[in-house]
Every structure is written in structure tokens, then in C-alpha cells.
Design a protein around this ligand. Sequence first.
Ligand code: PLP
Length: 377
Amino acid sequence: MVNLMSGDSFHPPVRTLMGPGPSDMNPRVLAAMGRPIIGHLDPAFVGMMDQMKVLLQYAFQTENELTLPVSAPGSAGMETCFVNLVEPGDKVVVCINGVFGQRMKENVERCGATPVVVEDDWGQPVDAQKLDSTLAAHPDARLVAFVHAETSTGACSDVKTLTQVAHAHDCLVIVDSVTGLGGSELRVDDWGVDAIYSGTQKCLSCTPGLSPVSFGPRAVERIQSRKHKVQSWFLDLNLIMGYWGSGGGKRAYHHTAPINALYALHEALVLLHEEGLENAWARHRHHHEALKAGLEAMGLALLVEEPHRLPQLNAVKVPEGVDEAAVRTRLLQRYGLEIGAGLGPLAGRIWRIGLMGFACNAKNVRLCLHALESVLT
Ligand code: PLP
């Protein structure tokens, strides 16, 4: 039994978050969450939502009408894409080069569709040639799904080329950019991406629990011409559109929006707009270079080859004989610094050092290098 006394409020310890997410939040974003709650159909809130849509369109570099934050974490953004675009009996090519490609395959199966897997080693980007030959062997495939920024390995895949390959075979694409948005170049319209989802807790440095999504005209057409009802009531975009006003009509109640979390996302997007998207991408690259130089000077090596590295997620090989979990514990205890462990086949073999959004700065690079060096020697 928990013995709660009055005044036993929860006060979390102060940490520096340099793991795979969540990342530290800008004080302006935290402050936005503390503003008074208003009704989710209040005209002031509706005005904020209209601005949010424009800010999200900027972040995704798109003019897609159907651009909105799903009221649930990145995994729900993933499900929104799959349940709306995949029908029972469809064939979907899923590219797997880490944890999140595997999760996409699960989604395809749960939609009653057949996944065809294009597999690449963990730490490698998705191979466009393999995708091309797989699509040639499966001319009945309707969709291709892949991860832009694979958080489990730190590998960045070439969204533009993979999308071109998919389109050449008459397939639409679903892209996971949970870790990509705001940290790496991403141009939804120029690259022709049909459907994309992201998360708020990575390079947007906002509270977890929201998932920005965007759907292009061909994806919307496919949703509207479905033969089967979307199996999820909550994630059915035909219904959500009514609340977000993407159907062109008056906003109607669908679910109670996470109001204060949306204030935070609005502020995080205002910050991104103030900085400028390209400046944000350059900042991530700049601090990644500094971190990489320091790690290499310590004799540590990165998992992913140079041209495919994500600046915001640095997978560092654990040196022979080092207890990686003990290192993370010491970093947390002595420096309040969180870095991440490896997952799946990379468990015990890598650390994952995030440089995401607000946490991507020179001070954190110095702290991380100093702390790692001191616990390793
Ligand atoms: N996709 C990728 C690439 C991720 O990194 C994550 C979370 O780390 C997700 C999907 C799922 O997001 P969430 O944990 O917010 O549900």
C-alpha cells in the first residue's frame, strides 16, 4: 500500500535528457502547458488550432490540408496511417532496418493485410535497390512503409529516393519521421510523401503524447474510396477531420482534445518557426559534429557509416569489456545525465546519445563528453 501524506506531490529529479527521447523541453514550452485550460471548442482554442495547422505545415514543408496532431503518442500516429490507408487483403511492402520497421509490420498484419518485408541490417539505411526489386516481384503491392530516422540505430534513410521508387511502382508511401521532424531535412511536398507521422517528444522538444500527421491528396483519395470501414473509431480520419476542420465544415465534437499539451505543441512550433527549419537542421548537424569529434578523441566509434548518420541520434559502440548498463547508471547518478541503451540485436552493444531539439546545444555536448570520459576511466 502506498502511504500518501498530504503535501506528497511528485517532484521529479532534475535531469539532462540525452537519450532517444523524450528530450528536454524549452522553458517556454513548459510554461505554455501551465496556462489556464479553456474549452476545446472555445473560439480562442479553435483559433490556436488554426495556427497550429499552419505551423505544422511549415514543419513538414507541406500544403496538405489534412495536417494535424493526433491526440496520442507517435505509435498512434503510426496506427492512424495504417488503419486509414490499409484495407484487409492489401499487400504492403514494409522496410525493416530496426525496431520501428518491425512495429510497422505488426500494424500491417493487424489491418488484415499481407506484409512483404525488405530487410536491411540494423545500422544501415533502407536499400532503394532492394525495394525496387521487391516491388517488381510484387506488382500487386499498394503501399510502401519505411522509417526516415530509425531511432533504434541512428540510421537515416533517403525519403526522397525511396518515395520515387515506390511511386514508380504505383504505390503510396507511409513514412515514419518521429525522430526526423525538426532535426533532419524533410520536405513532404517536394519529395511527394503521401502520408507521414511524427512525435512531439524528440526534435520538437515538447511533451510526449501527441503525434503530428500529414496526408497528401492521393492518400486522402484512397481513404475516401475505402471499401471497408476503418476498424478504429478513435483513429478514423473521416471522423477526426470533422473536429480539425479539414473537411471544410464547422468543428464538431469528436474527443476531448489534450488542451494544455496542445498549447505546448503550439509553442514548440512557434520556437521552430522563430529559429527557422533549415537553421534547426544545421544546428543539429553542427552539434553532432562536435559530439562525434569528442567521442572519437576518446577512442569511441559510431555504429552508422558517415553519410547515413542521424545527427540527433548517435549510436556509439560500447568498447569491449565495458558494462554498458553500469556506465548509464553512473551517468545518471553522478551527472543526472540520461543516455539510452541499445535495443534488440544491439542491446548491450551500443549507447544511444540523443541531441534532440532544445537538448541539442554546446553545453550538453560538453557535459556528455566530460561525464562519459570520467565514468569510463
Ligand atoms: N517511431 C519511431 C522512429 C520512434 O522513435 C518512436 C518512439 O521512440 C515511435 C515510432 C513511437 O512513438 P511513441 O513512443 O511516442 O509512441
